[in-house]
Design a binder for this molecule. Structure first.
Ligand code: S3P
Length: 428
């Protein structure tokens, strides 16, 4: 699908973005291995989270979907059944890595596969530690690429120093740790998103967080919960940037999760001089939530690096659009992880923003953007079948002169069904 975007004069209004992707996935997975019913409200009906539902249904879990409410009939830690076919994760890295952690603890065999992007993504970061815990995992490229075959069971407690700050790696090991008799500890180099820790505790897991380490006790049980999923800050980010870069814009995004391990985008936009206000601060199922008001203002360049990176990893493509508009230089560094997302997001962002005439240079761990020139119209952009690249270029298109075309943009449905309707609603 091709999307044509026209330059906007103004953006005004109040919106809500769909539920958080990370929290929606976890709600289904933890609900499936808990005892009793888990009720998830404001679930993200994006393709990634629907892949998680489909996989757990294949393993014998009853999951009812009504509008944005999902009801999971949990069967306990050992209630999953061997699937009679390959578990298809689609485009979803979170489904793949967290589910491998759970499958490593099962006494049956599973095969996981996904789309072309998933088959390129590094799975050794979870298969290697899980094999050390006792799981048998086989796959392409020395068991590091999907399709992967997993024979679980007989896991041993484990202490792991992860070389990457990745919530997917941390979560896979914590989940496998639930299937051991003892304590499993994961330490990461920087703090990644902590939704697993928060939610597993609510489900009754014995879990302790100390600085960059998480320790979980195996052999307990989880109990089904009621979960209210906040709006996804990674989806809100497109509108926060749009509101910040369009002169005179005023956009209120209501009900956004502002977990401190995810809120780097707000910090960076504020550093760039954006006019952002958080109101109505509250909590929903152990996660902080707020309404975020952003008004158009003059932005300046900034540096995005170090331990900020895991707090905004998915927002870097759209922050690069803000940097292209901002006066002066923006340096994005320490972000090699971008290369192994749904696409190589360093190359994708640099290539696509060049089409708007942006002065941008690719770096091995990020990019340097010299912003402040008007974005040229007439760009024909590629999505690389990566939802966040497609949406970032649409936001760039709103600020560019004339018309911008984005090819292969159906991938937006991976994380943000209804994105274009919200863009249209705010346009003036
Ligand atoms: C996610 C963790 C991050 C993020 C992804 C969702 C999660 O990936 O980029 O979109 O839900 O745990 P990594 O763990 O690979 O950094």
């Amino acid at each position: 699908m091709q999307i044509k975007v026209q330059s906007v004069i103004d953006l005004k209004g109040k919106i809500e973005v769909p539920g958080d992707k990370s929290i929606s996935h976890r709600g289904v997975m933890f609900g499936a291995i808990a005892e009793g019913t888990t009720e998830i409200h404001n679930f993200l009906m994006g393709e990634d989270c629907l892949s998680t539902i489909a996989c757990f249904r294949q393993m014998g879990i009853d999951i009812d979907v009504e509008d944005e409410k999902v009801i999971v009939q949990g069967k306990g830690l050992y209630g999953l059944q061997e699937a009679d076919n390959v578990l298809d994760v689609g485009n979803s890295g979170t489904t793949t890595r967290l589910m491998i952690g759970i499958l490593a603890g099962q006494k049956f065999n599973s095969v996981i596969n996904g789309d072309a992007s998933i088959r390129k993504r590094p799975m050794g970061r979870v298969t290697k530690p899980l094999k050390l815990m006792g799981a048998q995992i086989m796959g392409r490229e020395e068991d590091t690429k999907a399709p992967l075959a997993i024979k679980g069971g007989n896991l041993k407690p484990f202490e792991y120093n992860s070389p990457v700050a990745s919530a997917q790696v941390k979560s896979a090991i914590i989940l496998a740790g639930l299937y051991t008799e003892g304590f499993t500890k994961v330490t990461e180099p920087e703090k990644s998103r902590d939704h697993t820790e928060r939610m597993l505790k609510a489900f009754g897991a014995e879990l302790e967080v100390e600085g960059l380490s998480v320790t979980v006790k195996g052999g307990g049980k989880l109990t089904g919960q009621k979960i209210e999923v906040p709006g996804d800050i990674s989806s809100a980010a497109f509108f926060l940037v749009a509101g910040a870069i369009i002169p005179g814009a005023e956009v209120l995004v209501e009900n956004v999760g502002i977990n401190p391990t995810r809120d780097g985008v707000i910090e960076v936009l504020k550093n760039m001089g954006a006019d952002i206000e958080l109101t109505n601060l509250r909590e929903a199922t152990g996660e902080p939530v707020a309404d975020i008001l952003v008004r158009g203002s003059k932005l300046k360049g900034t540096k995005i690096a170090g331990d900020l990176i895991p707090r905004l990893i998915d927002e870097i493509p759209v922050l690069a659009v803000a940097a292209a508009i901002a006066q002066g230089e923006t340096i994005i560094a320490d972000a090699e992880e971008l290369k192994v997302k749904e696409s190589n997001r360093i190359t994708a962002v640099v290539t696509e923003l060049k089409r708007f005439g942006v002065d941008i240079v690719e770096q091995p761990d990020g990019m340097i953007i010299r912003g402040g020139n008007p974005l040229k119209g007439g760009a024909v952009c590629e999505s690389y079948h990566d939802h966040r690249i497609a949406m970032s270029m649409i936001i760039a298109g709103l600020a560019a002169q004339g018309e911008t075309i984005i090819n292969n943009s159906e991938c937006i449905n991976i994380s943000f069904p209804g994105f274009m309707e919200l863009v249209e609603r705010l346009k003036r």
